[in-house]
Design a protein around this ligand. Structure first.
Ligand SMILES: *[C@@H]1O[C@H](CO)[C@@H](O)[C@H](O)[C@H]1NC(C)=O
Ligand SMILES: [Cu+2]
Length: 217
C-alpha cells in the first residue's frame, strides 16, 4: 500500500532540472529558443543576455497590448529560485543586437513568505508565469527577457544557473514612457546576494532578487 502511494507521488512530482522558456502567450514563433536547456553561469558573458545564439532572430513577432496580462511558458520543472521578466525597447525586434539594449524589469517573484520560490509556483502552474505589460510604455517593438535562476548550487560563484529566452514583441496601445534600464551583461555580479547564496543552510527567510527594482508603470 505505502509502496504504491509512494510510487504515484514520485510519478506525479515534476522532475526538477534544466529548462527553457518556449512560448509567449502560447506562441512559439516569437521566441529565440536556445539550442539546448543548459544553464548560463557566467554573468559577464554575452550569453547572459538572450542565451546561446541570442542574436539569431526568431521568425515571428508577437503582438501584445500594453496593460494586458501576458504569460510565458517554461518546458519542465525548474530548480528553486526567482522568476524575472525584463523588457527592452528596440528599433527592430528581429535585428537589434540584444547586448546594446537597456533592460527594465517589469516583474519578479523571488522568495515568498511561505518559503516557496517563484519557480515552485510556476512548476505547480504547469510552467506558466504571468505578469502585466505596463500600460504606459511607448508602443513599438521590444525584446522581452524571461528568466528563471536556479539556486540549488549557488553556494559559490559560478554556481547559480541562469535560464532565459528572449521574445520578440510588438507592444500596441501604449503611452509615452521609456523607462531607464540596465545592460546585460553588467546588471548582475557574482557577489550579488541574490546570485551567490546557500538556500539550504540556513534556509533564508528573505531574498533580494538581482537586478534593478521593478518598474511600476
Ligand atoms: C505593430 O503593431 C502595429 C499596430 O497594430 C502595426 O501597425 C505594426 O505594423 C506592427 N509592427 C510589427 C513589427 O509587427
Ligand atoms: Cu538544471
Amino acid at each position: 500500500m505505502f509502496k504504491s502511494v509512494l510510487a504515484i507521488a514520485l510519478l506525479a512530482a515534476p522532475a526538477l532540472g534544466h529548462i527553457r522558456l518556449t512560448a509567449f502567450n502560447g506562441d512559439t514563433s516569437c521566441v529565440r529558443l536556445p539550442p539546448n536547456n543548459s544553464p548560463q553561469t557566467d554573468v559577464t558573458s554575452t550569453n547572459i543576455v538572450c542565451n546561446v545564439n541570442g542574436n539569431a532572430p526568431a521568425s515571428g513577432v508577437c503582438n501584445v497590448a500594453a496593460g494586458s496580462t501576458a504569460t510565458v511558458t517554461w518546458d519542465t520543472g525548474a530548480h528553486p529560485g526567482p522568476e524575472i521578466v525584463y523588457l527592452a525597447k528596440t528599433s527592430d525586434a528581429k535585428t537589434t543586437n540584444p547586448s546594446s539594449l537597456k533592460w527594465f524589469k517589469i516583474s519578479q517573484d523571488g522568495l515568498r513568505s511561505d518559503g516557496k520560490w517563484g519557480s515552485d509556483v510556476v512548476n505547480a502552474n504547469g510552467g506558466k508565469y504571468s505578469f502585466k505589460i505596463p500600460s504606459n510604455i511607448a508602443s513599438g517593438t521590444y525584446l522581452l527577457r524571461g528568466e528563471t535562476i536556479g539556486l540549488h548550487v549557488a553556494q559559490t560563484y559560478p554556481g547559480a544557473q541562469f535560464y532565459m529566452s528572449c521574445v520578440q514583441l510588438n507592444i500596441t496601445g501604449g503611452g509615452s514612457a521609456n523607462p531607464a534600464g540596465v545592460s546585460f551583461p553588467g546588471a548582475y555580479k557574482g557577489t550579488d546576494s541574490g546570485v551567490t547564496l546557500n538556500i539550504y543552510y540556513p534556509v533564508p527567510t528573505s531574498y533580494t532578487v538581482p537586478g534593478p527594482a521593478v518598474y511600476s508603470g
